[in-house]
Each structure stands twice: as structure tokens, then as C-alpha cells.
Write a protein that binds this ligand. Structure first.
Ligand SMILES: [Zn+2]
Length: 501
């Protein structure tokens, strides 16, 4: 690998050849190759949006959108960018190859995701060249591919609500960092944030909470808004995993439909943080029926492969006293309340299969008896116990250990540093090595993600402060091999990419 003169903005790719010469920057004319024109148009719209945002004064058009004949374009020094989907037959493959020569640029991949990643690299190279007097790209040949397939970012929109535009900004950061899974935590005790046509009270009542000063706080996404975000993410090769957290963290649901509690009473969405004892009753058949309908309706909005049903922090005190829960435990010969939760989860796993979804759940789903179907999101402590257990049971798993990838934690122990609980520094995130969690079955370890719980993030400026630059450190941890990672190079590059975000 020759890394001399490699522009210091992205990590050194898996294969890199620097070549003599430069390509002076100019307007970019894209030739379609065998790509889908609709996809290419959305990528171009993205590039133009980024050029404008970053003050890069270049045009980027499809060849057919230009009126000038090709030879005039060449005379004007336009850069030809040739896109191609190669038919390696493996559309999961995110690898891309980007070549810059004095004649133009070519970008190929076997998947749309690979092309999107290559465009991000190109955008970063253009941005850096644009900062320099020469305004020229060095000639090079890059082939790069991610180390892990699950490179995720989560956002809690229940504790605090964020607009569609703010969510899209999160997706923009993710795209730039080549993160590819957005875990959207849409419901919790403090607010239900996704419109349901079948159960309108979930947002009429469950999306609004009374704060201690008497004011009302809340909001939710309409089905059209959800579709818009899903489309936006898809253009950036990001898959969205919706989460409806059950049976705990459900007080917003109970405020709309109190009959789904073990002991119905008047509930309100919580206006404080913590864990509520008021969880959904797993003994009443109407609760399971409700969840099945709600999950089907939600799954229809998300074309992705996964559905997250939470499963975390569900205190079982009510279940122990509830005649419905207890009679189900008896009737189905279950050992205890943990097994009752597993039974509910497995029923929903089966149900979601009909919508083509694989279930993801927090690592508490391992506390009962589950089969190998659900994917486990490891979070408690340093995550090693749950990862070991998932690995032993043959469940696929994703790492989000709270001591390393909880971005609501403070970034330093400095006085006044905002955030919760402990400290997760940038260097801790960069040094995180997922392969330490493989435990003999590396194929079960899908990757990792950062979780952005927003109790301490009342506005989007705070979200940005907490997420960046730690999400960048995480992205390199997941994209690069151990050999590619270099903490001192990362620190040098921090400033340049920081200015782009
Ligand atoms: Zn019950």
C-alpha cells in the first residue's frame, strides 16, 4: 500500500495506488453506464446539495441533462464521471472501486450501496482539493470495502422529538461516514412518535406529555413523513430499523389504551426519566392482537429487513400479581415471568416473519428462552456477557455496549461537560475493537452501532455535539481493519472532516 500523498481526509483504503498527475477540478458530467437513471438522479441531487452546503462551486449533471455536445464539454474541461454496476452477482457487497486519471473518473461497484460509498469518498476528495489552491484531484486507484456489515446509528425521538429535517441531517452525517443502519427509536414511556391509522389514540394522546411547568411537549411523524424519510435514507444506501419498544417502556401506549395494562388506571406519558413499572400485560390476548396489528401496520412503512421490538427494562412486578399473566404462565407451562416475555417475543417474531421482517431486540431477550431467529442487540455493561451468550446460543448479534457506544455519555470528565452517567471519550470509541467480541463465531457478529438516548439532549444542537465526532470514530472502527486504523492519523484528519460535517 502506498499512502504517500494520499489526501488526509479519509482513512487509507484497503487497496490504494497513488498515480502520477492530477485532474483539475471542473464541472462534473455523469455518464449513466448501466445504472438506474432514477437512482443516479437522486445521487446527483445529493451531490449538488452537498456542493452547495460546502461552498463547492461545481455543477454535477447527467450527460443527457446538458445541452452542449460532448466535444464542447471536453473542451470546457468538464470532468467525466463514469458509473458502473458490475455484475459480480453479489448485491450485498458494499465494495467500490474509484479511479481518478487525467482523463476522468470512474466508479464501479456491484451494488448501489457501493456506488454511494464511492461518491462519498469522491465528495471528500473534492472538498479537500477545493480547500487547496491547486483545486485538483490526485490521480489514484482505490478499492475499499467495509469490515462489518452493520454500521449503525440510533436516535431516540421519544424523550425529545426531532423534526423530519433534523432526522435527515442525521442521515446526511451517516452517509458521509458510510454508516448504513439507522435505528429509529420511535416509542417510549415519554411519547409515541409514529402515526397509526388503526390506533389513532397512540399519537392523539400518547404523543403529548405534560411537563412539570404545565406546558405540553410532544410531536409525531405522519405516515407520509415516515415514507419521505425512508426514501431519503434509501437514496443514501441507509436502511432504517424502526423500533416499537415493548412490553416495557410502553407508558405512552398505556396512556392511550389503559386497558392493555395488567391493572388499568389513568396513565399519562411520563414527563421524567427512568424505568416505569407500568408495562403491557402479556396475559391478555387482546394485547397480543393489538401488537400484531400495530407491527404489521408499521412494518408496511419500512421496506428494510429488520424490525426492533425493544424488550429491555421491563419490570415484572405487575405480571407477578396479574391474574391474566399468571394464568397464561400456568396454561402454557412457563417457568416464570421471564419466560412469559420470551413467549410474547417469539409470537411476535413469528408474526413479523409474515411481513418479511427479522426481529432485533435488546439483550434482555436472552434472559428467557428464545430460539436462534432474533438478532440480539448487546448493550448492558461492556457487552461481553450478552455477546458470549448470543454466540453460544447461535443468535446473530450487534454490539452497542453502553460503556463505549452510548453517545448520551459525557465525552470527558471536564466540569460542565454535558451528558449522562459515565464518560466515553473519542479515543475509547476509536479503540473499540469489535473482533474482541467474536467468541469463536465471527459470522454471528454483524457489527456495531452507537445509541443516542436523548434525555439530556433537549435540542438538535446538543444531539450534534454528542454525536460528532464520536460517530466518525465509530465509523472507522467498523469500516477499517485493525491494520487500517491509526489513532494519530485520525486526530490529524479530525479537523478537515469536522469542517465538512
Ligand atoms: Zn398482566
Amino acid at each position: 500500500m502506498t499512502s504517500n500523498n494520499f489526501p488526509s481526509i479519509i482513512p487509507v483504503p484497503k487497496r490504494l495506488q497513488m498515480k502520477p498527475g492530477y485532474l483539475p477540478l471542473n464541472d462534473i458530467v455523469v455518464t449513466l453506464g448501466n445504472c438506474n437513471p432514477q437512482e443516479v438522479n437522486s445521487w446527483l441531487a445529493y451531490l449538488r446539495k452537498q456542493f452547495t452546503r460546502l461552498g463547492i462551486g461545481l455543477r454535477a449533471d447527467l450527460l443527457s441533462a446538458r445541452t452542449e455536445p460532448v466535444f464542447t464539454l471536453r473542451q470546457n474541461g468538464c470532468i467525466f464521471l463514469k458509473l458502473a454496476i458490475t455484475d459480480s452477482g453479489n448485491t450485498e457487497e458494499e465494495q467500490y472501486r474509484l479511479e481518478v486519471t487525467q482523463q476522468g473518473i470512474s466508479l464501479e461497484s456491484s451494488s448501489a450501496a457501493g456506488i454511494v460509498h464511492g461518491l462519498q469518498t469522491l465528495l471528500q476528495l473534492v472538498w479537500q482539493a477545493y480547500q487547496q489552491e491547486s483545486k485538483a484531484l490526485p490521480c489514484l486507484d482505490i478499492t475499499d470495502t467495509p469490515q462489518y456489515e452493520w454500521r449503525g446509528l440510533h436516535l431516540d425521538v421519544s424523550r425529545h422529538f426531532f423534526s423530519v429535517e433534523e432526522v435527515k441531517t442525521c442521515l446526511d452525517w451517516m452517509a458521509l461516514l458510510k454508516l448504513n443502519r439507522f435505528h429509529w427509536h420511535l416509542t417510549d414511556d415519554q411519547g409515541f412518535r409514529i402515526e397509526s391509522k388503526k390506533f389513532p389514540l397512540l399519537t392523539d394522546v400518547g404523543a403529548w406529555r405534560k411537563e412539570s411547568d404545565g406546558s405540553v411537549y410532544g410531536g409525531f411523524y405522519t405516515r407520509d413523513e415516515i415514507k419521505e424519510v425512508v426514501r431519503y435514507a434509501s437514496d443514501l444506501a441507509i436502511e432504517i430499523i424502526p423500533e416499537i419498544d415493548i412490553p416495557g417502556h410502553s407508558q405512552a401506549i398505556l396512556s392511550a389504551y389503559p386497558e392493555f395494562a395488567c391493572f388499568p388506571q389513568k396513565f399519562e406519558p411520563l414527563s421524567c426519566w427512568g424505568i416505569s413499572d407500568n408495562i403491557l400485560c402479556a396475559g391478555k390476548p387482546e394485547v397480543t392482537a393489538f401488537l400484531k396489528e400495530l407491527f404489521t401496520e408499521t412494518a408496511e412503512l419500512f421496506p428494510g429487513r429488520w424490525f426492533h421490538l425493544g424488550g429491555d427494562e421491563a419490570p415484572k412486578e405487575n405480571w407477578k400479581k396479574c391474574p391474566h399473566c399468571q394464568s397464561r404462565i400456568k396454561a402454557e407451562n412457563l417457568a416464570n415471568e421471564e419466560e412469559l416475555q420470551s413467549r410474547l417475543v417469539l409470537e411476535l417474531v413469528e408474526h413479523l416473519k409474515k411481513s418479511g421482517k427479522t426481529v432485533v431486540g435488546w439483550d434482555e431477550i436472552l434472559d428467557g428462552n428464545i430460539d436462534q431467529e432474533p438478532i440480539v442487540m448487546v448493550w448492558r455493561g461492556d457487552g461481553k456477557d450478552a455477546a458470549r451468550k448470543a454466540s453460544r446460543q447461535g443468535n446473530r448479534y450487534i454490539l452497542s455496549p453502553n460503556s463505549i457506544t452510548y453517545f448520551d455519555w459525557r465525552q470527558s470528565d471536564k466540569q460542565g461537560e454535558p451528558g449522562a452517567f459515565g464518560v466515553t471519550t473519542l479515543e475509547m470509541v476509536y479503540s473499540f475493537n469489535p473482533s474482541d467480541y467474536a467468541f469463536g463465531h465471527p459470522e454471528l457478529l454483524l457489527g456495531a452501532q452507537a445509541n443516542v438516548w436523548t434525555e439530556q439532549m433537549p435540542d438538535f444542537a446538543r444531539v450534534k455535539y454528542m454525536v460528532l465526532p464520536r460517530a466518525w470514530a465509530l465509523s472507522e472502527t467498523l469500516w477499517c481493519s485493525t491494520e487500517q486504523k491509526d489513532w494519530s492519523s485520525f486526530q490529524t484528519r479530525l479537523k478537515t472532516l469536522g469542517e465538512m460535517l
